[in-house]
Design a protein around this ligand. Structure first.
Ligand code: BTN
Length: 256
């Protein structure tokens, strides 16, 4: 899926002061025949995109970046890539905070502290214009200095959690590059059960009642872990085990 040499050296980084979206720029690069590996970073985005087509508020001070990689990914591998990236962003936060923050993961890869979102990941795949080569882009937003107001969920930022910690987006990207390449080695060497195990150790969803929305379909159930393919398992109200492959997951508050 990824070549063995992909993880060995730091990936180049192209920085912009402002751009529409680093993920849109990754697609433009791929359309021009450049498949990386490269990080595209920007200090601010005028059209930042989140999952399910949502807007990603992109004020200066946070990290906005997309890794563009040549890859041949089948859907099962994309699922494990999503878990792997979540682990890598979590590692990045642990490193940047010198171990003072150990976030939890919400399926597939939201990085959260006390239930508030610190980072989001948007993975996209595509084909070269001649349809012979595949690429993957991994867009990551990490709240370093600002926790944007977003309807529907709580947010936080590194600086709000540790006020004496100042971290530039460029420094955060250096650490993220190291953490992602290290975690991707597990994926390139086929260590799927290790990734699944590490993700289960890192999640903050244990025991939670969850609601998954995908289009007009809504499924509620209690978190039961991940299946062997890294898909989310929920025990619904009728005690049936539901396997979730995609969707927006929220945790439901329960009264005691
Ligand atoms: C989510 O909705 O949780 C995913 C958010 C992903 C945001 C990042 S910021 C860098 C990259 N460029 C974008 O436009 N989106 C991703």
């Amino acid at each position: 899926m990824f070549s063995d040499t992909l993880c060995q050296l730091p990936w180049d980084a192209k920085w912009f002061d402002e751009i529409d979206s680093t993920s849109a720029e990754a697609r433009r690069l791929a359309d021009s025949g450049d498949y990386g590996p490269v990080w595209i970073g920007s200090l601010t985005q005028t059209g930042g995109v989140g999952r399910l087509g949502r807007k990603w508020i992109s004020e200066p001070g946070n990290l906005y970046t997309t890794a563009l990689l040549p890859a041949d990914l089948n859907p099962e591998k994309v699922g494990f890539l999503a878990l792997t990236v979540g682990l890598a962003v979590r590692d990045t936060v642990v490193d940047l905070s010198q171990g003072r923050i150990v976030p939890g993961l919400k399926w597939p890869n939201d990085v959260r502290v006390n239930g508030a979102k610190l980072s989001g990941v948007l993975i996209e795949t595509g084909l070269s214009t001649d349809r012979n080569r595949r690429w993957v882009s991994i867009g990551i937003g990490l709240n370093l200095a600002h926790a944007p107001d977003v309807e529907g969920y709580k947010t936080t930022a590194l600086n709000a959690l540790i006020p004496d910690l100042t971290c530039t987006p460029q420094h955060a990207l250096t650490i993220l590059d190291m953490c992602l390449r290290r975690r991707l080695e597990d994926l390139t060497s086929g260590k799927h059960s290790k990734i699944r195990h590490n993700w289960l150790e890192a999640t903050d969803q244990n025991g939670a009642l969850c609601r998954v929305t995908l289009g007009s379909s809504i499924i509620e159930g209690r978190f039961e872990g991940l299946d062997q393919d890294g898909q989310l398992l929920l025990r619904d109200h009728g005690h049936n085990l539901q396997t979730i492959t995609a969707g927006d997951v929220e945790m439901i508050k329960e009264r005691n």
